[in-house]
Design a binder for this molecule. Structure first.
Ligand SMILES: C[S@@+](CC[C@H](N)C(=O)[O-])C[C@H]1O[C@@H](n2cnc3c(N)ncnc32)[C@H](O)[C@@H]1O
Length: 340
């Protein structure tokens, strides 16, 4: 059984590890989280607020369990992952769902155009990416201005009363249970626990999101903070301002009034040409390439919500996810107590 190194998280090792656990991945998740993974997925889906016609990127989508929930309202979901085994399992399971498109891709070098998605999400995947900040930058790049990102990830329970038993469960119980279901999986689930322990706490991940250029960043704890749901929005571009001094009425031409969207993009959002090159291969199923519609700037939209989903390697304590809070625009908002 391949066991990735928590310190390096080499792509080949992480990918091979998930290839091997793919057939029983979802079953193990259900067992290890005592079904809480399903509640976390509901919370995550609400936070993304998928609607018919939306194009959503589900990054590190694995077998597409999180992707399927997003299609329920008619959204089109690109389920991207670099593990062939997970993708194959996903294609098999969701063969009848035309709204999911499985694509082999590395989260740190996405084969998608700028501004090609209405929203992006990653459930229990960011922790496994060798360079998570690069993945955040990629999500920022491919989501349209005003669009949101939602991250569901294992986190750190703020209460020491929860942290102690949870750490014991992760270190000693979780790998044993996983090993009973799939003998080869025990090592993978030891990696899971180590990667959770090494993962930054809620506030630090929120800071990473801000550093990546997201605005209105907030997070919400689920199940005592065993899982945290982070969200952020891609800023709208400033509307082009016409200066009367620079553009006298006599010389005003229609074309000059409209700046190309690309010119409006903040420098931070621009990606070097080399970085836009997808390192990962697109598989046959990925036939549909996103049309790239660059959007002009507009006034900021009201914040949307963040809420969680579950992970495979999840070793967690079952507790119902908090109900979504609603903001002025009817979308779920993170609970104020956990929001930054
Ligand atoms: C724990 S699974 C989560 C799968 C799914 N999102 C879910 O909620 O069940 C983590 C996934 O991240 C994928 N992954 C890890 N690093 C990746 C990377 N750099 N690019 C793409 N996928 C990656 C793995 O292949 C694996 O399928």
């Amino acid at each position: 059984m391949t066991r990735a190194d928590t310190a390096t998280k080499h792509a080949a090792d992480v990918s091979a590890m998930f290839d091997e656990v793919s057939p029983r991945y979802d079953l193990i998740n259900d067992v290890l989280t005592v079904g809480n993974d399903r509640l976390w997925r509901i919370a995550t889906t609400r936070a993304i607020a998928p609607r018919k016609g939306m194009r959503i990127l589900d990054l590190a989508a694995g077998t597409g369990t999180s992707s399927a929930a997003l299609t329920a309202q008619g959204a089109h979901v690109v389920a991207a992952d670099f593990s062939r085994g997970m993708l194959e399992e996903g294609r098999r399971r969701h063969a009848g769902n035309d709204l999911i498109e499985f694509v082999q891709a590395d989260a740190t070098a996405l084969p998608f155009e700028d501004d090609s998605f209405d929203a992006a999400t990653i459930s229990y995947g960011l922790r496994n990416v060798a360079d998570p900040r690069a993945a955040l930058a990629e999500m920022r790049r491919v989501v349209k201005p005003g669009g949101r990102v939602v991250i569901a990830e294992f986190s750190t329970p703020p209460s020491a009363i929860v942290r102690g038993p949870y750490a014991f469960y992760g270190r000693h119980v979780l790998p044993r249970i996983a090993g009973v279901i799939n003998r080869d999986a025990a090592e993978a689930y030891r990696y899971l626990n180590e990667s959770i322990e090494a993962w930054p706490q809620q506030a630090e991940l929120a800071a990473w999101l801000r550093e990546a250029g997201f605005e209105r960043v907030a997070y919400r704890n689920l199940t005592f903070g065993i899982v945290a749901l982070h969200r952020g929005f891609v800023p709208h571009r400033p509307a082009p301002v016409e200066s009367p001094a620079k553009q006298p009425a006599a010389k005003k031409e229609p074309a000059a009034a409209k700046k190309p969207a690309a010119a409006n993009k903040p420098a931070a959002a621009k990606k070097p040409a080399a970085a836009k090159k997808p390192a990962a291969k697109k598989e046959p199923a990925a036939a549909k390439q996103p049309a790239v519609a660059k959007q002009p700037a507009a006034a900021n939209k009201p914040a949307a919500a963040a809420q969680p989903a579950a992970d495979p390697s999840a070793g967690s304590k079952p507790k119902p996810a908090d109900p979504a809070h609603t903001s002025g625009d009817g979308r779920p908002e993170p609970s104020t107590g956990d929001t930054q």
